[in-house]
Design a protein around this ligand. Sequence first.
Ligand SMILES: [Zn+2]
Length: 343
Amino acid sequence: MVSTRSQRKAQLAATVSTTPLVELKIFQDLESIISFTEVATVQPEHGAAIHELAFFLNISSLQREILERTLSICLSLTPNVEILTLWIYPPISVATFASIPLPRLEVFRSSLPHRALLPFVATRPALRALDLGSCGRARTCTLSTLSLQHINDLTCRTSCAPRLVHQHLDRLRLVMNDFGGNPLTSAVISSFPVAMHHLQILTVEFTAADLSILRVIAIHIPALRNLKMLERFKANKHAPRAWDDRTGWSSALRKLSQLEQLVIRTDGAVAHAAGDHIAEREAFRKWVGGARPHPTLRYIAVWQRCRADNYGVISEWSREDGIWTGKWSDGVNGVDGSYEVFA
Ligand SMILES: [Zn+2]
C-alpha cells in the first residue's frame, strides 16, 4: 500500500521519537543511510551525537550517484564526527562532500583510490591518522602532492609509503598489495627519504625472502618500541628466514635499543620444528642477548607455521624482574584465546 505524505510524516516522527541517540553508526546499505539522514534532519541532535561513522558498502552503478548525494547530506548532519571510515566498492567520487567542514575529524580510513581522495584529505588539517587502501592506477601516489606532516599515524601500501612518510610519524603500518608485484619491504624502508627517528610503533608485512628486513628496520627506524612483523605470501616452510642468521638478527635487535615488544607471524619456524622448546629456548636466548641482555625488550610473541587461524604454534617470551620465561600454545587457542596481537 502506498502511504500518503502525512502518513510518512507521522511514521518518521514515530521513528525519531523511538530512535536513541548514539555515538557510533555503521552503515552497510544505502537505505539505512537515507533513514538516518531523515531522522537527523528532523532532529539534529541525532547527527550531532555521532562521533564515529563507518560505511562498508558494495554499490551498483545505479546507486552511485544517490550514494554520493546521500553521503554529502549525512556528513553535513554529523559535524562532530572524529573517526570516519569509507569502505566503498566500486569507488565513488568525493567531490560532493570534499568541502564539508568536519572540524573534529582526526581519523580517516578509506578504500578509495588516492587520486579520488585528494580533495577530501587536502582540506583536513586536523587529521592525525590516515588508513589508506590501494593507490589506484596513478603512476605515482597522488597524495604525495600534499603535505601530510600533521599525520602521525599512517597505514598505507608499501608502494605509496616512500612518498608519504615523514619524520614526525610515530606510528606506521606498511601493507603489501594482495596481488603480488610488491617490492621487498626492506627495500621500501631503505628508500625512505627521511630518517624516522620519532617512529615508535611499526607494523610491517614482509615476505620470507626478505632476509635483511630487521637489519634495515634497525638502521632506519632506531627508536622503535613496538615492532610487529607479519609474513605474507606462501613460501616453503623450510626456506631460510631472516632470524636463521642468529648473529645478524640479535645484533639488529640490539641496535633497536628502545624496543620493548616484538611480534612475528610466520609460515616458517624459529627452530627447525615449531614447538621444539629446547631449540627455541636456545634461539630466543640469543635474540634477547644471553649474558648481555637487551636493555628494554620485555615481550616476544611468534606465531609459527601460521597458515590458517587454527593452525601452528604460538611461542611467547616475557621478561619479569630480569628473568625470561616462555610459554607455548597451539594456534587453535591463540594467545589467551585472542589473535589480536597478530592482527
Ligand atoms: Zn598512493
